[in-house]
Design a protein around this ligand. Structure first.
Ligand SMILES: [Zn+2]
Length: 324
């Protein structure tokens, strides 16, 4: 079933080949392959893009010269949507940044984050680890359902939240599937589909992990801006400095927060300062994919058929022991 669904996605991509340039490789199920992200043909700006949180009807986003991101060479076009593809940021031509919250080990803080972004007419993306959902299932269910109701996004941060070591070759299918299953149980929605996985600690040097992500139809989302709020001794001031004054704050940026007290307290100031610095919160993270009209919708359709909840449960016997 997964293979069939992957084939559907590949066929969809192939049928859209006229819009893509060469240079893209993707992981194939069963044959772990390192991914290199390609450069898409530059499309016309999509007029159907979601309106910005602070409508400014007379202002049209213009391409902006941007220095390179710290993690990779600069991109001049939006990346292709491809399962297993790795993203550290969105389209650098547009003045949007994206806010993500990892781990969700403190559901009260995550709930505060949801209320903060809602009050400011923005959106956020959560990367909960599955073990934190199962640790507090009632709280997690309430907060995750609220996230969906508010139009926010829930993605995959693995179940066990263990650093992916290069020496490990098995268990990733079960682990990623267990996290998706936990999200679906919390939402009471066996069809909920995630868009991205973010490996714990950003560890990406294991092609088996990428292949497992691709089999679930997930892209791999890292970040370009780390608030470091989870660090001991962090303060509101240190978080704001990390986000805005380290040279990483620029078009297409993906901001990494956690559900710690410092980041939660800083979030309203972060959102306000994004506007003060001339950029906008770009919405949920899958918006980095949908600027190219048509592509994301087709991929989404292919992935929806890809991983039934029954298949996810079947994989759980391989599932690694939970670690703290
Ligand atoms: Zn984490």
């Amino acid at each position: 079933m997964l293979l069939a669904a992957f084939a559907v996605v590949v066929l969809v991509r192939a049928s859209q080949g006229a819009t893509a340039t060469s240079g893209v490789t993707s992981a194939q199920p069963g044959s772990p392959t390192a991914i290199s992200s390609g450069i898409a043909a530059i499309p016309s700006p999509d007029p159907t893009r979601e309106p910005s949180p602070s409508p400014e009807p007379t202002q049209t986003p213009q391409p902006t010269p941007v220095p390179s991101f710290p993690h990779m060479a600069p991109r001049t076009a939006l990346p292709l949507r491809q399962p297993g593809e790795i993203f550290t940021h969105g389209d650098i031509r547009w003045p949007y940044v994206y806010i993500t919250v990892d781990d969700c080990s403190d559901w009260a803080n995550v709930e505060k984050d949801l209320e903060t972004v809602r009050a400011k007419n923005a959106h956020i993306t959560l990367f909960p680890a599955g073990k934190y959902i199962d640790a507090h299932p009632a709280d997690a269910a309430r907060v995750l359902m609220k996230a969906v109701a508010y139009g926010d996004e829930i993605d995959n941060h693995t179940y066990a939240h263990v650093k992916v070591l290069p020496s490990v070759t098995t268990g990733f299918d079960a682990d990623l599937g267990a996290q998706l299953h936990a999200v679906r149980q919390a939402l009471k929605d066996p069809t909920y589909e995630e868009w991205f996985v973010r490996p714990p600690f950003g560890a990406l040097d294991n092609p088996y992990f990428i292949t497992a992500a691709a089999k679930l139809g997930l892209g791999v989302a890292l970040w370009s801006i780390d608030s470091n709020g989870y660090q001991n001794g962090s303060t509101l001031r240190s978080v704001m400095k990390s986000v805005f004054d380290t040279g990483h704050f620029q078009n297409g940026g993906i901001i990494l927060l956690h559900s710690d007290d410092t980041d939660t307290a800083a979030l309203p100031f972060i959102i306000d300062t994004i506007a003060d610095r001339g950029l906008k919160v770009g919405g949920v993270l899958n918006k980095i994919l949908v600027d190219r009209s048509g592509t994301a919708a087709a991929d989404r359709k292919g992935r929806t058929a890809g991983a039934s909840d029954a298949e996810l449960v079947m994989g759980r016997e391989d599932y690694p022991p939970v670690q703290d």
